[in-house]
Design a protein. Sequence first.
Lengths: 167, 194
Amino acid sequence: MRRLVRAAALVVAGSVLGAAAPPRASYVIGELDAAGLATRVAQEKGRVVLVNFWATWCEPCREEFPSLSRLASAYRPKGLTVLGVSTDLASQMPGVEKFLAAQNATFPNYRKKSGGDDQDFIDAVDRAWGGDLPFTVLYGRDGRKAKVLAGQQSYAALESEVQKLLQ
Amino acid sequence: MRFARTLLAAAAFASLAGLARAAGPEIGAAAPDFALQTIDGKTLSLAEAAKTHKAVVVMFIATKCPYSNAYNDRMRDMAAAYGGKGVLFVGINSNKTEPLAEVIAHAKEHGHTFPIAKDPDNKVADLYGAGHTPEVYVVTPDGKLRYHGRIDENSEDASKVASPDLKNALDELLANKTVAKAETKAFGCTIKRV
C-alpha cells in the first residue's frame, strides 16, 4: 500500500514538474508540390504567410532556423503563419526529423514532394529564384506574394518585413 | 509624379526580384576566363582548354553536399563518355569549408579522373555567379557560354531521369545545333563563401 502511494505521488510530481512530453511521431506533416503549396498558402488568407525553403545540408538554413521559430511564436497571435518546406532528398528524412526535433520547431514543416521537375517547383515559387537556399517568400493578408528574401536573414530583418505586412 | 511612381514601381520590382547572387554571364556571352591549379598540380586555363576541346563543362561541385554527391556517378560516367567525343569536364570546388585534402580524397573515392581544382576565395564562382552545387556551365571553343544550369532534373534517381539537360546540350553542340534549353534550374547546396 505504501509502495502504491509512493508511486502515485511520483506520477503527480512528474505531471506538476512538467515531465517531458512524449516524442512526436513526425515533425514533417506532409509533402507539397507547387500546386499544394499554393493551396496551403491560400488557406491562410487573411493572415501574413512566411514560407521558408530550407534543407538540413544547408548551413545558413540551419543557422536561420531558430529565428523562424522565434518569429512564428512571437507573431502567430498577431496574424503570422510560418511554414517550412524542406527540400531534402527522401533518403535524408531521418536527419530532417532529427533536426526538427532538436530545434523543437514551433511551426509546421513540409517536405517538397519527390518527383516532378525541380525547375517547375522553383519557378512556381518565384521566377527569379535560382534554387539557392535558404529562400523565404512572404505573402500579404490578401494572399499575394509581397516579398522574397534570398539567403540567410537575421531575426531583425525577418521581423521588419513581417511587421510591415501585418500593419 | 509619374517619374516618382515609376521609380517606386521599379524599386518594388527590384525588391521582389532582388536576389543575393551576383549575375553571371548570359547565354551566348563570353564565359569568364580563369586559371586554377588542379588537385594533381597542373594549371587549368579555361581559354586554353576551350580552344583544344569541342566543349568544356565547368561543374561547381562539393564534397559534402548530398545534391552534388547524388551526381558523382553521373559526372564520372558523362566525363568518360563525352571525353571520347572531345568534351572536357572540369570540377571546381569553391567551398571555403572543404579543404584541398578533402577534395583530393573525395575525387579518389568517387573515381573522378577529370580535372578538379580548388577555387581559392571563390573567385571563379563569383565570376560565374554560381550559387550552388552542382551547377554546370558549358563553354564552346569560341569562349562563349552555351548552357548553364543542372545536369538533369532528377537528383534522387538517375534511372528515372526524364530531362537530361546537360547531355542534350552537349549532343546539340556536338551536332552544331543551338542548345534548345540553354538555362535550367535545380536545388543545390549553397556555395560556402565564408
